[in-house]
Design a protein around this ligand. Structure first.
Ligand SMILES: [Zn+2]
Length: 372
């Protein structure tokens, strides 16, 4: 149904109605502060840095604002600390699906590292079972609430550890039960993706897709390795691809003088999706400010850019808020937001026919109403 009064003004409530697709979101980075407190009480976790919900929410924000990826990653000690039982994992996964659906996300790939949830004696498969059952009950609850969502998971291996091959096998073992891909995450410096070649070879050997956190804290070499040696299907962040583009600066009025180096050209030519996370990229220091974020430069040069949250708790954000920040900074309209959303859906690790159905049945009709 066309909007008889023209485009809906873009604000937070309207953005929450827009269908959105999220490819880069960490399960252990998206807990509700109240849930962190309750799970800590339930499981006897005594190391929380604050005892009330507002104080805890503020602590996470401040720690994430420190400007260092290493300090940012320390916040996960506490969220991971309270996610060590099947009940806690299932609850966090269920609430994640419900929160994303309430924000208008229609498809999400949420990632987590099973190897970080074994302190209570669970096996890797038991962790998978708990999380996927939580996503399924969250999907059901969201459907009943009239906000249908499809949630799939990416199985992450930690890049400083030595379990990536085993985790890749886990991802393939669960691929028909909700796991759609594999990822490696954690501190980039000193841990190049090529350390995990056997895991990526295993994924390729099983025709299974994967993304790699690269080009965030560490520059162009990690993107080159992720593409050339590892053969990744998407780039987690990849924001530093801008280092291989000359002749223009982010924030310039005109990008027509841009000259792409070999790596940047390869990323654009092969339509390698960039999982950009605007707030998180600023908080970790990957870019200096939102105004300096190369999102718009990359979007205008027609790289396959996608909008993502990374860690909703630490960045105090949501898909709608990330989109609002981009609208306020770069002046985007609904057609731009629809393009970024379709970019993301095209890049999902879901089967092609299911991707197409979400684009045709949810995304396009949803934006048509808003565009008017
Ligand atoms: Zn991430």
């Amino acid at each position: 149904m066309a909007n008889p009064v023209g485009p809906t003004p873009i604000d937070l409530p309207a953005l929450r109605r827009a269908p959105k697709v999220l490819l880069h979101d960490h399960l252990d980075g998206g807990l509700r502060p109240a849930t962190v407190l309750e799970l800590a009480a339930d499981t006897g976790y005594e190391n929380l840095p604050a005892a009330t919900e507002p104080a805890l929410a503020e602590w996470f924000r401040d720690a994430a604002d420190s400007g260092s990826l290493v300090q940012y990653l320390e916040t996960f000690e506490h969220t991971v600390g309270v996610m060590q039982t099947p009940e806690a994992l299932a609850r966090v996964a269920r609430e994640c699906a419900e929160d994303l659906a309430a924000d208008g996300v229609v498809y999400a790939e949420v990632r987590f590292a099973p190897e970080q949830h074994l302190q209570g004696g669970l096996s890797l498969d038991e962790v998978m079972e708990a999380v996927l059952s939580g996503f399924a009950s969250g999907e059901s609850a969201a459907g009943v609430a009239g906000r249908p969502i499809v949630v799939r998971c990416l199985v992450t291996a930690m890049r400083h550890a030595a379990r990536s091959r085993e985790i890749a096998e886990l991802a393939v073992r669960w691929r028909d039960r909700g796991a759609v891909g594999f990822d490696i995450a954690g501190a980039e410096a000193g841990f190049p993706p090529s350390r995990h070649l056997d895991a990526f070879e295993y994924m390729r050997d099983h025709s299974a897709p994967f993304t790699i956190h690269a080009g965030e804290a560490f520059g162009l070499p990690s993107i080159h390795e992720a593409l050339a040696f590892c053969g990744c299907d998407r780039l987690g962040h990849g924001v530093r691809i801008v280092d291989d583009i000359e002749g223009v600066e982010p924030g310039a009025a005109d990008f027509s003088a841009a000259r792409l180096g070999r790596v940047a050209a390869r990323v654009r030519d092969a339509r390698i999706p960039l999982e950009l996370c605007p707030s998180s990229n600023v908080q970790t220091g990957a870019v200096a400010s939102l105004e300096q974020h190369p999102f718009d430069l990359l979007a205008q040069l027609r790289f396959r850019v996608t909008v993502n949250t990374d860690n909703r708790l630490m960045s105090d954000t949501s898909m709608s808020r990330e989109m609002l920040k981009l609208v306020e900074t770069f002046g985007y309209g609904w057609s731009d937001l629809q393009r970024f959303t379709i970019n993301a859906m095209k890049s999902a690790f879901l089967p092609f026919d299911e991707r197409l159905a979400i684009i045709d049945e949810q995304i396009k009709p949803g934006y048509a109403v808003l565009i008017g």
